[in-house]
Write a protein that binds this ligand. Structure first.
Ligand code: PMP
Length: 449
């Protein structure tokens, strides 16, 4: 086999190498919340791969479903149809609370691209073809393609690849740590909500097609909005004929303690995109769920009325069969609820043990999506240099725990440690995770008495 580490360096171009500055882990196998490298070292994976493996690793039933489906029908495109895709679409519609039609693709980026195309064409169908702009938020991440990067709100990820797709406008998201709520302000009065209303006014609502947001900005630093923010945004969109697209690529499938992140808030989005947890990462799959009335606007008799968008692998039978079983497992094992319960316990323990630490500015989360924001000091709230976070991550890794970091590299806001373990994590594993993270933080950042 040769030296895998050398071959890895020679032949493999990794995603986001600086994100993971330590020696690469060559993962050989995995089970539950644990991954094992090629030399037998085990790690508690508190990042679920890349926010994917919600039901945990090593689920034989998912491997079996995939194998059975491959034997029966390995591939057919959704230019025709097949049972696994039909059944999964019905299942997702039910999980969403009803009223949606599903378009399948292969990645979160594609699901968002599809959403943008549907939103723009929808307005064409309605005779409002000048509506093409899409409002997004700073700090967001929506994918790696030229259009989803245009939607992304972090210049550092984009500037080397410009020009990107045009027509994307960014506004400031809520950041309750840096801009706490003022009690007297209603959701509609707050500056972050008004920013969306003002963008629609100043861009001219007749040119605005949609607004995209994650329920909780994840990659940009795990920013939990005020409870009434999304509802207010949904109202503003509806009042102005602007579609609300919710990106559930990370938040979906139980990550935040609800089947979908938007269910923590009172909204019924027009379009919902999802990937990652849809199969718990066992096979690639993504989906764009669209309200039935939007879908129906495409069902005319004109030659050019249909959605001119084809996807060779989207809705692959094996991926759909795995996704169906994956969702069934989540329901049978009540993993949405479990995410909420374990997430609360984890957060409580982290607060108990780290609240007094001079560099821990904020500990926040919903379900098993938890962030620790590190600062130079609690008064200035200046972000702590990323080199400290890298040392903490390395120290955790050494001790057998994988954690992540988020935020934005622009202006050195890459200062949030992230914890997002599989939803099956036990109390004991939570204790190991907390003690390892606390120990690493206290070692890298000893507090002077
Ligand atoms: N949206 C969000 C919120 C994401 O976090 C990601 C990926 N991390 C994407 C979209 C893109 O998904 P993919 O990498 O599957 O294209």
């Amino acid at each position: 086999m040769g030296d895998l580490y050398k071959q890895d360096k020679d032949f493999l171009w990794h995603s986001m190498k600086p994100y993971n500055p330590n020696e690469t882990v060559i993962v050989k196998e995995a089970d539950g919340v644990t991954i094992t490298d090629k030399d037998g070292k085990q790690y508690l994976d508190a990042m679920s791969g890349l926010w994917c493996v919600n039901v945990g690793y090593g689920r034989k039933e998912l491997a079996e479903v995939a194998a059975e489906q491959m034997k029966q029908l390995a591939y057919y495109p959704l230019t025709q149809s097949h049972q696994p895709a039909i059944e999964l679409a019905a299942q997702i519609n039910e999980l969403l609370g009803g009223g949606y039609v599903i378009y399948f693709s292969n990645s979160g980026s594609e699901a968002n691209e599809t959403a943008f195309k549907i939103a723009r064409q929808y307005h064409h169908q309605k005779g409002e073809s000048s509506r093409h702009k899409i409002i997004s938020r700073y700090r967001s991440y929506h994918g790696n393609t030229m259009t989803t990067l245009a939607a992304t709100g972090q210049a550092e990820r984009k500037y080397k690849y410009e020009p990107l797709s045009s027509g994307f406008i960014h506004v400031r998201p809520p950041d309750l740590y840096r801009n706490p709520l003022k009690r007297e302000e209603s959701a509609r009065e707050r500056s972050e909500t008004k920013a969306i209303e003002e963008a629609i006014v100043w861009e001219m609502k007749e040119t605005v097609a949609a607004c995209i947001m994650e329920p909780i900005i994840t990659g940009g630093g795990i920013l939990i909005p005020p409870d009434d923010y999304m509802g207010a945004v949904a109202d503003i969109c509806a009042e102005n004929g602007v579609l609300l697209i919710v990106d559930e690529v990370i938040c979906g499938f139980g990550r935040t303690g609800e089947p979908f992140g938007f269910m923590n808030y009172e909204v019924k989005p027009d379009i919902i995109t999802m990937a990652k947890g849809i199969t718990s990462g066992y096979l690639p799959l993504a989906a764009t769920a669209v309200k039935k009335e939007i879908y129906e606007a495409f069902q005319g008799s004109e030659k050019y009325d249909y959605l001119r968008h084809v996807n060779t692998f989207g809705g692959h039978p094996a991926s759909c069969a795995v996704a169906s079983r994956n969702i069934q497992i989540m329901e049978e094992e009540r993993l949405f609820e479990r995410s909420k319960i374990q997430g609360e316990k984890l957060k409580k323990k982290l607060v108990e043990q780290l609240e007094d630490h001079a560099n821990i500015g904020d500990i926040r989360g919903k379900g098993l999506l938890i962030g620790l924001e590190l600062v130079k000091n609690k008064v200035s709230k200046q972000p702590l240099d990323v080199s400290f976070l890298n040392k903490i991550i390395a120290s955790c890794k050494e001790a057998g725990v994988i954690i992540g970091k988020n935020g934005a590299t622009v202006a050195n806001y890459n200062n949030v440690l992230s914890l997002a373990p599989p939803l099956i994590i036990t109390d004991e594993q939570c204790d190991t995770l907390v003690s390892t993270v606390v120990q690493a933080i206290r070692t890298v950042l000893p507090m002077e008495e």
